[in-house]
Design a protein around this ligand. Sequence first.
Ligand code: PLP
Length: 388
Amino acid sequence: MPKQQRVFPDAKAVAAALRPSYPVYCLRPDILKRRARDFLTQFPGEVLYAVKCNPHPLVLDALYAGGVRHFDTASLPEIAQVAESYADAHTYFMHPVKSRAAVRTANEVFGVEHFVVDHMDELEKVLAETRTRDLVIVVRITTPPSLGTLYHLSAKFGAGPDEAVELLRRAASEGCRVGIAFHVGSQCLRPDAYSIALDLSGQILAWAGVEPVCIDVGGGFPADYVEMTTEPLQDYFDAIRKGLKANKVKPTVQILCEPGRALVASGCSLLVQIQLRKDGQLYINDGIYGSLSETVDAGIRFPSRLVRLVGGEPSRETRAFVLNGPTCDSLDVLPGTFELPEDAREGDWIEIDQVGAYSNALATHFNGFFPETFVTVQDKPPAQQAAA
Ligand SMILES: *Cc1c(COP(=O)(O)O)cnc(C)c1O
């Protein structure tokens, strides 16, 4: 009999059942499935999940159940994980810098055909390490730095226009199919970033004089956080459609996207416990070396609420608290403040929402703290909860 995954009605039920003094990720597979379906039905092309954003097997399973069959992978372990989990999945090697062994193994063992490059030496490496020319060489280009994102991802990777033209021509002359890719940066708050980058892609393809088989618009689609409301996903897809039309991209060209954050951020919350209160300071059991490094890296602020099991309801009055992480490093303090009931105290839990992206994926073992417990939660309206 297949192992039955225990499903909790909500985070409070998790607290009641486990009384966890360690952080617990509360996964919502139904939300992940719905996000996957939204992308798959609305994006004008193929949706590749960017595995690095959250590689947990339960997350991949939920996205797979939602219909995702294509995966943006950046390393051999990611490729192996996807290939070993799903017989009908396709992986794409989207890291612009790969080891020779990884290129060869990806192609020969896992049948990977798509390889991203942003430098001539890397292209020569891929050509030398593969025995077939049945490849799609995807040239990653740089995009302008000011396209409204929290992380600028062209600082490290991406070929300039002249180099991109050379790469496209060289790959085509070797008999490879070619494509072009960009990544506008994570948590992109401007839909028109995609049409601007598509204009640049169109120019480069025209200069190179090659017919692409694919155009990959990357990731960067945003999630909602505190004081960071975002345009609807549809506006991003409209901007992409507009960019494709303006550049007369033929319908035979496969359009790819590589969402990470926008697919998974809302599918997971984190239940942390207050270990000590010192006036306006709460010491909790997860922090910037664990699940919450994006509070520092990107200034992201997560919605949160208090969960209390004993001693009645928390106060309706709130105040601003500083949340301290568990390690001994004085840097391990979450930036800004969290508005919580003013009587928050040791033993209460805090449910931190929207932590599905770049949380467990970035957690370290520093100081002996490592968040690794995942449970499945299926939030229902309170009336249904009472009836259940
Ligand atoms: C990180 C990354 C992604 C995912 O980015 P999100 O901002 O999470 O959507 C997609 N593609 C590439 C090449 C990446 O490096």
